[in-house]
Each structure stands twice: as C-alpha cells, then as structure tokens.
Design a protein around this ligand. Structure first.
Ligand code: NCD
Length: 309
C-alpha cells in the first residue's frame, strides 16, 4: 500500500490486516509498557500534516498516531493561509516541497481531486484526510472498525446513512467501503436536495450492493443495525442554497423506534442532528469512534511506512 486516496482502493484482506494492526495498537496503548514499545517503531520518520480545511479529530488523531509511533511531525493547520498557497503556489509544488521533508503526507483540501493530484507528484505516501465533497477514506475505515468491534462482522448489516449525503464525504466513503462486502444493505435518508451522489449509487449498483433512498427516517431506522448520522455541511452550500435544511434528528422518539441491538455512529462534529440526551443511550458509539480513530490511523501509518524494521 503506497497512498490512501479512496475507500474504493481496499480489498477485504487489506482491511482485515489494518483492523488486526489497529487491535494491536489498541492493546499497546492500554499499558505504559505497550506505549513505550510502540514509540520505538518508527523513530527517524517524519509525518507532515497539511490541512487546508478545518479539523479537530482527523488532524489531532493523525498527529497523535504519528507521535505514538515515534515519528517526528511537521504541520500546517491552516495551509490555505499559512502556507505558500496564499502566495499562489500550486498544490503540486507544495507537495513536492513537503515530500522532501517528510516520510508521509497527511492532507485535507477542498478539492475533490486534491489527493489524486498530490499522489501524482509525491515520492512519499499521501494519506487523504478529506478531499472536498469527495472522500474521507480513513474516517470510513475507523467507522467500519467500530462497526466490526460491535457486531464482529462487516457484512450482512443494514446500515442507514442519513443527513447531508450530497456534500458529506464520510458518508460517500463509508458506502463504498461497505460495498466491498457481499451482502450489506444500505438505506440513505435525506431530502431530495441532499441525496447521495449518483456516482456512488452507480458504484453500489455495479458492486451489487443492496441500497434504497428515502426521506422517511423513522421507517428506515426501525430495522437498522447501524444508524450513521451526519450534519448539514453548511459551509459547502452554494449561493442561494441557504434555506436548505437537513431536518432529520436522532432524538428520544427515534431511540424508541431503533432496535435495542443497533448502534448510532456520527463522524462528528455534530450540530443539532443528534440530541445531547442521546449521548447517554448505550447505543451511542460516536465517542468510541473518536478513540478508534487513533488506533486505525496508527495502523495506517504503520502500513504505509512498510511496518517496523
Ligand atoms: C468530517 C469531515 O471533516 O469530513 N469530520 C471528520 O473528519 N471526523 C465530517 C464533517 O465535517 O461534518
């Protein structure tokens, strides 16, 4: 594995490998002895985080993952303004530059094709940490890792994905990752304005993944295994679209309808689409996802660096 650009690039055995390594990272992180031994793993390597869009979890978990593997770190958190991009430097020139300082580049950018453009000119692995309205493959891996921990499987699941599916890259990447397995079934819940991109629907059809689209949230979640909720990406709405709403809220009434065995996931940040009172429900697993992100990103960094010597 060189670059991580799209959820589509993986096969089942690569995902199983990443999950196994993430489990190893998780148990290592639980003890001082384990942490001290992991920190020796990639001494001498440097990670670069190049973020042109805001981030809390993705950037900090990648930076923590790098440091927990003993890597050094160079970072620009507002690369649109604080890097030479503001002076008119192309993404390609910036990537060539950063690639000569780092062993891997973790990048978030507003362009849907940004990760592919970066990979085309980079000598070191590019890890796509969010590409505009396109993809966020490492988020999808941590989402699926969380699902696998809860159900002990990644197939035969009914996954209801709701909210702003047109602009939410995590929903797009997760749908593609789920389609790698035989018999998952996906229900997309959104309004017509915010529905899932036709490119993803076409991909699911090609893979033979069962899927449906609805605006009836209550009916969809009634027999869900996983309820994956997302916020309205207000910052990505076009001129004249500011009246668009995503009115699907997970609240106490929704909890009553959902099976007792279901889990609720969200990539975070959340706005009003999951009521705070839901946090106390044992089915709410979004803060587990946050923690799993560290292990998954440690595993991914380890894999692109070719494992330890
Ligand atoms: C998401 C993102 O940036 O795509 N957050 C994340 O990485 N965990 C979701 C979002 O911004 O809504």
């Amino acid at each position: 594995m060189q670059h991580v650009l799209s959820a589509r690039q993986f096969n089942q055995s690569e995902i199983a490998d990443i999950f196994l390594m993430a489990e190893r990272m998780e148990s290592a992180m639980a003890t001082a002895h384990g942490r001290r031994s992991m920190v020796k793993r990639h001494v001498g390597e440097v990670a670069a985080t190049l973020f042109y869009e805001p981030s809390t979890r993705t950037r900090l978990s990648f930076e923590s993952a790098a440091q927990r593997l003993g890597m050094g770190l160079v970072s620009t958190e507002n690369a649109g303004e604080f890097s030479s991009a503001i002076k008119g430097e192309t993404l390609e020139d910036s990537i060539r530059t950063v690639a000569s300082y780092a062993s891997a580049i973790i990048m978030r950018h507003k362009g849907e094709d940004s990760a592919d453009r970066a990979a085309a000119v980079s000598d070191v692995p590019i890890l796509n940490a969010g590409a505009g309205k396109g993809e966020h493959p490492t988020q999808a891996l941590l989402d699926l890792y969380t699902i696998n921990k809860e159900f002990d499987r990644t197939d035969g699941l009914h996954v209801v994905i709701g909210g702003d599916l047109r602009q939410g890259r995590t929903a797009r990447s997760l749908a593609q990752l789920l389609s790698i397995y035989g018999n998952n079934s996906i229900t997309f819940v959104s309004t017509p304005e915010l529905q899932m991109g036709r490119d993803i629907i076409a991909h699911l059809e090609e893979r033979g993944t069962k899927h449906q689209e609805t605006d009836d949230m209550m009916a969809a979640i009634r027999d869900a295994d996983v309820v994956y909720w997302t916020r309205l990406q207000k910052e990505r709405l076009q001129e004249g679209e500011h009246d668009i709403q995503s009115d699907f809220t997970i609240n106490q009434a929704a909890l009553q309808v959902m099976p007792a065995s279901a889990i609720i996931l969200h990539p975070l940040p959340r706005n009003e689409e999951i009521e705070l009172s839901v946090d106390h429900d044992p089915r709410a697993k979004y803060f587990d996802q946050v923690r799993n992100g560290l292990y998954i990103r440690m595993a991914i960094l380890d894999k692109v660096l070719g494992g330890a010597e």
